[in-house]
Design a protein around this ligand. Structure first.
Ligand code: MN
Length: 201
């Protein structure tokens, strides 16, 4: 059975970029519901209960038909949000350093170019979804996914992800998604991104 992980900081820690109200609702209501729904679905097929979340979301096609969609949405939701909390920090470093910066510059040119392309991708997502920096066959690439789909289900390793579901910003930014995206860069946890990039080798 899966559990809701604690936030690695307090609910108000990401303010003013992401408000305490958003964090509270996003973590203790939305993420908690993904975990609850995922567990309820897996209870119907206990042989899946002991698998890791990574194993589950990379085996979606093997899931029993009656829980496939529920697990795709809620397992993806649990996996994505568990990473998302760690991808943010009240001690944002602004930009990466060292080999992480080198790798981003190698793939995209200047860091600001990467940031612009990532932001544009996030702005353009129609409806609910995620913008990602992923490692795909050793290369850094940008992609988006609809709903709670994870790049991992497509064999790509998530390195940095931004939740652009309205629940992630509407309480504070209303319809101004671009303002949320611009603010979010201030709280990106580049140390964690570097760790993911190292592990992805
Ligand atoms: Mn979310």
């Amino acid at each position: 059975m899966f559990n809701l992980p604690d936030l690695p900081y307090s609910y108000d820690a990401l303010a003013p970029y992401v408000s305490a109200d958003i964090q509270h609702l996003h973590h203790s209501a939305h993420h908690a519901t993904y975990v609850k729904n995922l567990n309820a679905a897996l209870e119907k097929h206990p042989e899946w209960q002991d698998r890791t979340i990574e194993d589950i979301i990379t085996s979606l096609d093997k899931l029993p038909d009656d829980i496939k969609t529920t697990v795709r949405n809620n397992g993806g939701g649990h996996y994505n949000h568990s990473m998302f909390w760690k991808m943010m920090t009240p001690k944002g470093q602004g930009k990466p350093t060292g080999t992480t910066l080198d790798k981003i510059q190698h793939a995209f040119g200047e860091f600001e170019t990467f940031k612009d392309q990532f932001s544009q991708g996030a702005t353009k997502i129609f409806g609910s979804g995620w913008q990602w920096l992923v490692r795909d066959n050793g290369e850094l690439k940008l992609m988006s996914t609809p709903n709670q789909d994870s790049p991992l289900s497509q064999g790509k390793i998530p390195i940095l992800g931004l939740d652009v579901w309205e629940h992630a910003y509407y309480l504070q930014y209303y319809n101004k998604r671009a303002d949320y995206i611009a603010a979010w860069w201030n709280i990106v946890n580049w140390e964690y991104v570097s760790q993911l990039l190292t592990e992805a080798k």
